[in-house]
Design a protein around this ligand. Structure first.
Ligand SMILES: *[C@@H]1O[C@H](CO)[C@@H](O)[C@H](O)[C@H]1NC(C)=O
Ligand SMILES: *[C@@H]1O[C@H](CO)[C@@H](O)[C@H](O)[C@H]1NC(C)=O
Ligand SMILES: *[C@@H]1O[C@H](CO)[C@@H](O)[C@H](O)[C@H]1NC(C)=O
Ligand SMILES: *[C@@H]1O[C@H](CO)[C@@H](O)[C@H](O)[C@H]1NC(C)=O
Ligand SMILES: *[C@@H]1O[C@H](CO)[C@@H](O)[C@H](O)[C@H]1NC(C)=O
Ligand SMILES: *[C@@H]1O[C@H](CO)[C@@H](O)[C@H](O)[C@H]1NC(C)=O
Ligand SMILES: *[C@@H]1O[C@H](CO)[C@@H](O)[C@H](O)[C@H]1NC(C)=O
Length: 695
C-alpha cells in the first residue's frame, strides 16, 4: 500500500516484442474489433466537440453529451454580498467537531460496468494509458485510489468464458429489462485480469458487485474476483439501489426492507455453501459484502437499519453504503414526461455551501449510527445529477468547486469515502472520458471538472490516513465563501478555501486571514512565517475546460493523455509576523489549498515518505499526440483504413516526442513508452521499455 511498484513485471520474450511486425499485429488486433473500424472519415465540423465555439448559442448541440458545448451564464453576485475580508482562527490542539480520520483515497470513482472496456482498457493486454496516468496523478498525491466497477449494469451481468475478438464485455441490446438504458451484459474473466494488471502498475483497489436481479445467486464475480484480484478486491456490493427495485419492476409490489434483509441472508447462505463445498475464496469474500446501497428511492436508510440489518449481517458487512445524486435529468434524457429541468435555473443551486450540506443532512443520523456500530459509512455512487447530469453544470468549473465542497463536507460528516460515477459518452458528468472508439487514433481524452475535484481532495487529505476535516463555518457561515481546515494529530496542516462567486472585475475576490494559536485560543501564537498555496482556477463558474490546478491543466475536449500540461506553480505567501496572520486571497471564482507547513505539502505530493514525489506516468506520444498536431495531414486520415493506420503508427514511432512529452509537467518523471498504440498499451511493451533502459 502506498508506493508504486518500483519496476513492472518483466514479460517473457522481450526481444521479439521490440520488433516492428509485432507492433503492427497489435494494430490489426485493434482494428478487427467491431465497432472500432479504423476507417476514419474525419470531418472536423461534424465530429462531436470538433467545433469549439463554446458559447450559449450552441445550445442546440446534438453530439455526444460528454462533449456538449452548452455554456450557461454564471449566476449573478449574491445580495447581500458576503464580507470579503474575514479571519480564520485555528488552534494547535484539534477542534471540537472534527471528522473521524480520513484517507487520501476518500474521493474515488464508480465506473459503470458496461463502459469498463472503454475506460480501463480493451482487455488485460491493452490497458488505457491515459487512464493509468490519471490514476497515477492521484496515487502520487493520496497513496491509492478506490474504484468500483458496477452500477445498474452489474445486476444482470453474466460471466461467460469468452467473447468474440478478445472482447471482455458485450452488451445484450435486445434485452431491455434495465432502468437507465444500460443493457444487460456478458463479460469474461479477462475483465478481472485487466483490473489486476492495472493494480500491478498502481495502487488501485476495486469494488465489484454481485448481481441481484434474481436470487439464483451468480457468485462467479465474487469467486473469480477474489481469486484474481486478491487483496486488491476491497469489497462486493450486494444489491444496487434495492429501494428502486419495485419501481423498476425487478421485485413485486410490497417488497420492502425486511424482504431485502432476507435476500441478503439467502446470499450469505449461498456464499457459505460455496465455502463448504470447497471454494477457497468464499471464506474470504463472505466478509466483504457492502450494503444496503439505498438511493433515496422509497426507503430511508433508517428503514433498513431498523430491520436489524447490521446486526444480522454483522460479520459479512464490510461497509454500510448509500447512493445519492442531488438531482436528476431523467426527463430530458429519457423523455419520461416529467418536467424538464432547465440547467440555467438549476445552476445557482450547485454554487453554494448549502448544496453539499443539504445533500448530506438526511444521512447524518446514519453516519453516526454507522460509527456507533463500528462500520465505515460510504457514499457508493454520486455525481452532479443522475440520468447523465446537466449540460453546462456537470461539465463546468462550477461542478469542480461543487465537487470539492461536497467531498469535504462528506469527509467532515464522517462518511469514509465517496465514489463519483463515470458513465459513457452519453453523460455530462464524467470525471474523464475516453474518445469514442472509432476516434481513438486522432482524439485524446476529455477531462472533466470532477477529476480536478479529485486531485484537490487527494492533496487536501494527503497520504497519512490521519486527516481530520472540519467545516469552519467561516465568514459567519456565508454560503459563498466556505472554508475547511484539515488537521493531522491535532495540528492544522491545510486550509481549503472556496469562492463560489463569479466576477471578472476582480472586486469579489476575498481575503482570509489565517492565524494559528494566539487570539482567544489560550495558546501562544504559532502562525508560520510563510505558507504555500495552490489554486484551482478558471475565469468563470461556467467555463467548460482548461481549468488549472497549480497552473497545470488537462486542456479542452479530446486533448489529454492523462498527464498535467504546463508548469506547476505553487505560490509562497509571506505571513505578517506582527499581526500573526497569513492573508490568502481567493479569486471569484476560485479555490485555494493552503499548506501550513512544508511537510503538509510533501505529504500531498510525494507519498509522504520523502522519497521524491514524481508520478510515474505513461506517454502516449507515439500515436495520439502527433495525430493531434499538424504532423499528419488530415487528408491522409480521411482516406485511411485499418491498413493505413498501421502505416501511420509506423510513422508515429519515428516521430516520438520522447523528451518533451515525458516532461509535460513539472515533477513528472517521464516513463516513455514510445511504442504505445492508439492510446492503449500492451503490457509487454512496458517490458520493452524496461529493457530499453528508459525507466
Ligand atoms: C463513429 O461511430 C459513430 C457511431 O457509430 C458514428 O456516428 C460516427 O460517424 C463515427 N465517426 C467516425 C469518425 O467514424
Ligand atoms: C435551437 O433551439 C431553439 C429553441 O430550442 C430554436 O428556437 C432554434 O431554432 C434552434 N436553432 C437551430 C439552429 O436549430
Ligand atoms: C437475471 O440475469 C440473468 C443474466 O442476465 C438472466 O439469465 C436471468 O434470467 C435474470 N433473471 C431475471 C428474473 O430476470
Ligand atoms: C495481465 O493479464 C494477463 C492475463 O490475460 C496475464 O497473462 C499477464 O501476466 C498480466 N500482466 C501483468 C503485467 O500482470
Ligand atoms: C437514527 O437512526 C437510528 C437507527 O435507524 C434510529 O433508531 C433513530 O430513530 C434515528 N434517529 C433519528 C433522529 O432519525
Ligand atoms: C464525526 O465524528 C466525530 C467523532 O465521533 C464527532 O465528534 C463529530 O461530531 C462527527 N461529525 C458529524 C458532522 O457528525
Ligand atoms: C482551451 O484552450 C485552448 C488552447 O488555448 C483553446 O483553443 C480553447 O478554445 C479553450 N477552450 C475553452 C473551453 O476555454
Amino acid at each position: 500500500m502506498g508506493r508504486l511498484p518500483a519496476l513492472l513485471p518483466l514479460p517473457s520474450s522481450l526481444s521479439v516484442l521490440l520488433c516492428f511486425p509485432w507492433f503492427l499485429s497489435i494494430i490489426s488486433v485493434l482494428t478487427q474489433d467491431p465497432p472500432a473500424q479504423v476507417t476514419i472519415y474525419y470531418q472536423p465540423n461534424k465530429t462531436p466537440g470538433a467545433s469549439q465555439t463554446n458559447t450559449a448559442s450552441t445550445a442546440n448541440y446534438t453530439g455526444a453529451a460528454a462533449y456538449d458545448t452548452t455554456v450557461l451564464n454564471p449566476p449573478g453576485l449574491p445580495n447581500p454580498m458576503p464580507a470579503l475580508q474575514f479571519g480564520i482562527q485555528l488552534t494547535n490542539r484539534g477542534m471540537i467537531g472534527m471528522s473521524i480520520p480520513q484517507a487520501g483515497s476518500f474521493m474515488g470513482f464508480s465506473i459503470e460496468m458496461s463502459v469498463a472496456n472503454q475506460v480501463l482498457g480493451k482487455n488485460s493486454k491493452h490497458i488505457q494509458v491515459p487512464f493509468l496516468n490519471l490514476m497515477s496523478n492521484l496515487v502520487k498525491r493520496s497513496g491509492g485510489v478506490h474504484i468500483r466497477v458496477g452500477g445498474n449494469t452489474q445486476e444482470f451481468a453474466e460471466m461467460v468464458p469468452s467473447l468474440p475478438n478478445d472482447r471482455i464485455i458485450l452488451k445484450d441490446t435486445t434485452n431491455t429489462n434495465n432502468p437507465t438504458q444500460t443493457p444487460p451484459l456478458e463479460y469474461t474473466p479477462d475483465l478481472l485480469y485487466m483490473m489486476r494488471n492495472i493494480s500491478d502498475f498502481l495502487n488501485i483497489r476495486w469494488y465489484l458487485g454481485i448481481p441481484f436481479n434474481d436470487t439464483n445467486w451468480r457468485l462467479q464475480i465474487a469467486e473469480r474476483g477474489e481469486e484474481i484480484l486478491g487483496d486488491y478486491l476491497l469489497g462486493l456490493q450486494a444489491g444496487n439501489e434495492p429501494d428502486l427495485y419495485v419501481r423498476h419492476g425487478h421485485r413485486p409490489q410490497g417488497w420492502g426492507p425486511s424482504d431485502f434483509l432476507s435476500e441478503m441472508q439467502s446470499l450469505v447462505s449461498a456464499i457459505q455453501n460455496s465455502a463448504n463445498s470447497g471454494s477457497p475464496y468464499a471464506q474470504k469474500y463472505q466478509r466483504l459484502l457492502i450494503g444496503p446501497n439505498v438511493n433515496t428511492g422509497d426507503w430511508t436508510p433508517e428503514m433498513v437499519w431498523d430491520t436489524g440489518f447490521v446486526d444480522a449481517l454483522y460479520d459479512h458487512l464490510l461497509y454500510l453504503t448509500v447512493e445519492h445524486y442531488p438531482a436528476d435529468n431523467c426527463a430530458a434524457q429519457f423523455h419520461t414526461g416529467a418536467t424538464v429541468v432547465d440547467p440555467q435555473t438549476e445552476f445557482p443551486n450547485y454554487l453554494t455551501h448549502q448544496a453539499g450540506r443539504n445533500l448530506i443532512s438526511p444521512y447524518l443520523n446514519s453516519s453516526a449510527y454507522a460509527q456507533s456500530k463500528g462500520k465505515k459509512f460510504v457514499l457508493f455512487e454520486t455525481n452532479t445529477a443522475s440520468c447523465g447530469g446537466f449540460p453546462g453544470i456537470s461539465d463546468s468549473f462550477g461542478a469542480a468547486l461543487w465537487g470539492i465542497d461536497y467531498a469535504l463536507q462528506l469527509a467532515y460528516s464522517n462518511f469514509s469515502e465517496a465514489l463519483f460515477h463515470v458513465g459513457g459518452q452519453n453523460v455530462y458528468y464524467n470525471p474523464f472520458t475516453p474518445p469514442p472508439t472509432n476516434q481513438s487514433t486522432f482524439h485524446q481524452w476529455t477531462i472533466g471538472p470532477i477529476y480536478y475535484s479529485a486531485l484537490v481532495m487527494a492533496e487536501a487529505l494527503g497520504t497519512t490516513g490521519s486527516a481530520q476535516v472540519i467545516d469552519l463555518s467561516a465568514n459567519d457561515g456565508n454560503d459563498y465563501t466556505p472554508a475547511y481546515a484539515i488537521y493531522e494529530n491535532d495540528v492544522p496542516v491545510r486550509v481549503a478555501l472556496i469562492n463560489f462567486m463569479t466576477d471578472n472585475s476582480g472586486t469579489s475576490a476575498y481575503t482570509a486571514s489565517i492565524s494559528i494559536g494566539g487570539g482567544d485560543t489560550g495558546q501562544p501564537a504559532s502562525t508560520p512565517s510563510s505558507v504555500k498555496v495552490k489554486y484551482l482556477s478558471a475565469s468563470s463558474v461556467s467555463q467548460k475546460a482548461n481549468f488549472t490546478w497549480a497552473g497545470q491543466t488537462f486542456g479542452d475536449h479530446f486533448t489529454s493523455d492523462g498527464r498535467p500540461m504546463g508548469e506547476e506553480s505553487i505560490q509562497t505567501i509571506q505571513c505578517d509576523s506582527t499581526s500573526s496572520t497569513c492573508q490568502i486571497s481567493v479569486p471569484a471564482p476560485g479555490f485555494a489549498l493552503v499548506f501550513l507547513n512544508d511537510k503538509a505539502l510533501e505529504e500531498s505530493t510525494d507519498g509522504g515518505n520523502g522519497e521524491g514525489g514524481e508520478a510515474t506516468t505513461y506517454s502516449t506520444t507515439a500515436v495520439t499526440k502527433t495525430m493531434n498536431t499538424a504532423t499528419i495531414d488530415q487528408e491522409v486520415l480521411a482516406t485511411s483504413n485499418g491498413h493505413r493506420a498501421g502505416d501511420l503508427v509506423g510513422r508515429m514511432g519515428s516521430t516520438s516526442r520522447r523528451s518533451s512529452g515525458a516532461r509535460a509537467g513539472r515533477g513528472v518523471k517521464g516513463m516513455d513508452m514510445s511504442m504505445v498504440v492508439m492510446g492503449m498499451i500492451s503490457i509487454q511493451v512496458v517490458g520493452g521499455v524496461l529493457l530499453d533502459g528508459v525507466w
